[in-house]
Design a protein around this ligand. Structure first.
Ligand code: PMP
Length: 386
């Protein structure tokens, strides 16, 4: 049986991490892997999450199964965090990846002939998950490499071609890998197209709080769900709660009746019976304790401001080193990532000559920088692009 298995394509990020570890140079800089790092290079446990863990440990009297859709307190808290006053059917999932997988499974149950439209480029796991589930996919234009901004005209023209019942995947904020986000006017335009084409949005919200702020990052999603009859939202708690390894996420569906919740619950049963609970309970504890929630929001906002400050410093340094505004978009982008628009040869030169690691498509993780390495990166980019 196993001899029929074919090798899987290697994971480029894991390969890059290995190369970084094997690099003996002292001043090497890792801008590859997509996790938040503070100024000392650590990915810390957030204060409120640590305290929530202490309280849970003291209060928890059982580890018996929770509800099949997930802990109701977690689902309520996440609906409030993502949707504000609106509501919808929901299941807890293992991370944002689990939420996306369940979203695609739900679409397959409801409409196996739907095409899922993905931004070009997008997080590589999007097309991989869709292929695994066996749905059709297509891409819409999104990013303009020449300007580092959006290709708005191309995007809207492509979305005008989607069929009724198709699904349009949108990054709620902090687009991965480019860092280029839709502005409110673009969201309004997308909503009009979705409504008149009869297509359904699937919003991937993996970085709420990393862009403009926890509430502001959710505003486009909150507005959109009031403008279309049905929507899916896959939200991850990995980044904004710093609980990557706990595998905590939620899939929310707005519109439709009880049958939607019924099917979502069944999808959890079919995949793993009960979703993981520890991370969900940490999140619910934070979001239902006024003191912890306030502290979490404050720490998250500090993280966000730190990344915006790094962006601004990098844009200034690049302007000085390159004597051009070519990389001005770095200050406009939001979230952890920016795609710099460097060629594969330039990315390789950064790695080989300067010990600076980023993905082959020139996606850099801003949170991998510090005040000390910003000028180092700017000088190296100026050299490899000269
Ligand atoms: N969507 C996007 C765009 C992401 O970047 C990620 C994480 N890299 C995820 C979803 C999933 O995150 P997780 O499964 O770790 O919660």
């Amino acid at each position: 049986m196993f001899d029929a298995l074919r090798p899987q394509a290697p994971d480029m990020i894991l390969r890059l991490m290995q190369m970084f570890r094997d690099d003996p140079r002292g001043g090497k800089v890792d801008l590859g892997v997509g996790v938040y790092r503070d100024a000392t290079g650590r990915t810390p446990v957030m204060r409120a999450v640590r305290e929530a863990g202490r309280r849970m440990w003291a209060a928890e009297e059982t580890k018996v199964y929770t509800a099949m859709p997930g802990d109701p307190a977690f689902l309520d808290a996440m609906r409030r965090l993502v949707l504000g006053p609106d509501t919808g059917a929901a299941i807890a999932t293992p991370g944002g990846t689990g939420a996306l997988r369940q979203a695609f499974e739900l679409i397959r149950l409801a409409r196996p002939d739907a095409t899922i439209w993905l931004p070009d480029p997008t997080w590589p796991n999007h097309p991989a998950l869709i292929s695994a589930v066996g749905l059709r996919q297509a891409t819409y234009r999104y990013f303009d490499t020449a300007t580092g901004g959006l290709d708005v005209d191309g995007m809207m023209a492509d979305l005008e071609r989607v069929a009724a019942g198709d699904v349009i995947l949108l990054h709620g904020c902090c687009h991965n890998p480019t860092g280029a986000d839709l502005r409110p006017a673009h969201w309004a335009h997308v909503a009009r197209i979705l409504a008149h084409r009869g297509a359904l949005p699937l919003i991937d919200m993996a970085y709420q709080g990393f862009g403009e702020g926890v509430e502001d990052d959710a505003l486009p999603t909150r507005r959109l769900v009031t403008q279309v009859p049905e929507a899916l939202i896959a939200a991850s708690c990995s980044k904004n709660f710093g609980i990557y390894r706990e595998r905590t996420g939620v899939l929310i569906a707005t519109g439709g009746g009880d049958v939607v919740q019924d099917n979502l619950t069944a999808l959890n049963r079919l995949a793993y019976s009960f979703p993981p609970d520890h991370g969900a309970r940490l999140v619910a504890t934070v979001l239902t304790s006024a003191d912890l929630e306030a502290d979490w929001r404050a720490e998250l906002d500090g993280i966000r401001r730190g990344m915006v400050a790094l962006r601004e410093a990098l844009a200034v340094a690049l302007r000085a080193e390159c004597r051009s505004d070519r990389f001005g978009f770095v200050a406009e982008h939001r979230g952890m990532f920016s795609r710099l628009g460097l060629s594969p040869a330039e990315v390789e030169a950064l790695r080989d000559r300067h010990g600076i690691y980023m993905l082959g498509d020139s996606r850099m993780n801003v949170a991998g920088l510090t005040a000390d390495t910003v000028p180092v990166l700017a000088r190296a980019i100026a050299q490899v692009t000269a």
